[in-house]
Design a protein around this ligand. Structure first.
Ligand code: PLP
Length: 403
């Protein structure tokens, strides 16, 4: 069970006000707020255990290195990766996908194909387009229907003898759709094709197990799972990571360097050039402990109820159109009301203390699909309440009457 009042006291920002109104933070798909323990963990490390990692014999350096490697193990256990060596720290989901596109991309040839979907975040589209421009790899796109679910027959039909990778989102950051990635991975593996899962919107909200999914890569961002900004994770299957060349060069990732020849470290260090965000990694581990203490199944249950309640309240608003109604959905609702511009709605809701997101949500192909320029998005966390959803529904009604 979720003890909501206790949880809310752990997030100082939730008791702040905007425009003299209590903040109602419903932009959790963009970033989550931080519990005290995460902020304190960063502060504590800077005050007592800060030194560059992996290079020092001195006490502090060893301490910082231990914290970083413990964080790696913590991340591995959180997503049930077979080994911490398969966990690479990045700046976030975007950098994790760029790493795969750059490095795994070097194993691809002109005419090879990468399958993505029509509902991807730009960070799972543009890196593949850059690869296309560099070496002629082709992008194939799985379409979705107006209900916000992927067309799985079309997906199957996209496979050919040049298909080299599938890269798909687990949960859509706009439509809320939870894609059947386990089935999609099985199908891809049947064709001998590895799969990258963009788990930015799933890891914070449900239990994610890379061995159960049997995915080959999985990416997520610390800041969306109550951790700090500037730290993220790429999980990669060992056999693939070992074949892949480094994507950035520098310190930390080498074994020996001479002007004739440089040899590289083993995984994961081969992919971590330069001083890593070791403080962020440690604080991310603390965030994962925090989330696990609440319990991912508790979180998923609570957020499911909250989302159903929100759908019910919002559906009662005349002229309100929700985009995407997949049976399996996450804690995200995107909508428009009549002809009211999304920016006007967002701006007026903001005046009522309601933080929602407006615009294309880094997923312009979804906007194109529905023939709209932007949407309003409310996205929930376990610290949100039904009372806050009431405030949202009443706020939308108020704005609607102004037009
Ligand atoms: C937020 C998000 C990303 C990008 O994450 P960054 O933290 O900005 O790198 C990618 N995919 C999805 C589905 C997202 O929601």
């Amino acid at each position: 069970m979720i003890d909501i009042s206790k949880i809310r006291t752990q997030f100082p920002i939730l008791s702040t006000e905007v425009y003299s109104r209590p903040l109602v933070y419903l932009d959790n798909a963009a970033t989550t707020q931080k519990p005290r323990c995460v902020v304190e963990a960063e502060r504590e490390q800077y005050y007592t255990a800060n030194a560059n990692v992996h290079r020092g014999v001195h006490y502090l350096s060893q301490q910082a290195t231990d914290l970083l490697e413990q964080a790696r193990s913590r991340v591995a256990s959180f997503i049930n990766a077979p080994s911490p060596q398969e966990i690479i720290f990045t700046r976030g989901t975007t950098e994790a996908i760029n790493l795969v596109a750059s490095s795994y991309g070097q194993l691809l040839r002109e005419g090879d194909e990468v399958i993505v979907s029509e509902m991807e975040h730009h960070s799972n589209i543009v890196p593949w387009q850059l690869l296309r421009d560099r070496c002629g790899v082709q992008l194939r796109v799985i379409p979705f229907g107006d209900d916000g679910t992927l067309d799985l027959d079309a997906y199957e039909a996209l496979f050919g003898d040049r298909t080299r990778l599938v890269s798909i989102t687990h949960v859509s950051n706009v439509l809320g759709t939870v894609n059947p990635v386990e089935d999609m991975i099985r199908l891809a593996h049947g064709h001998g094709v590895p799969v990258l899962v963009d788990a930015a919107q799933s890891v914070p909200h449900m239990s994610v197990d890379v061995q159960k999914l049997d995915c080959d890569f999985l990416a997520f961002s610390g800041h969306k799972v109550y951790g700090p900004t500037g730290i993220g994770v790429l999980y990669g299957r060992r056999s693939l990571l070992e074949q892949m060349p480094p994507w950035q060069g520098g310190g930390e990732m080498i074994s020996t360097v001479s002007f004739d020849r440089t040899t590289f470290e083993d995984i994961p260090y081969k992919f971590e050039a330069g001083t890593p965000n070791y403080v962020g990694a440690h604080a991310l581990a603390v965030a994962l402990d925090y989330v696990e203490e609440i319990g991912l199944d508790n979180i998923a249950d609570y957020e499911r109820q909250l989302t159903l309640y929100a759908i019910e309240r919002l559906s009662a608003v005349p002229d309100l159109r929700i985009f995407g109604n997949a049976a399996e959905r996450g804690a995200v609702i995107s909508f428009l009301v009549g002809n009211i511009h999304h920016l006007d709605m967002g701006t007026l809701l903001d005046r009522l203390g309601l933080a929602v997101r407006t615009g294309h949500h880094c997923a312009q192909p979804i906007m194109t699909h529905f023939g709209v320029e932007g949407m309003i998005r409310a996205s929930f966390s376990f610290y949100n309440t039904e009372a806050e959803i009431d405030t949202l529904a009443e706020g939308i009604q108020r704005v609607r009457k102004m037009f």
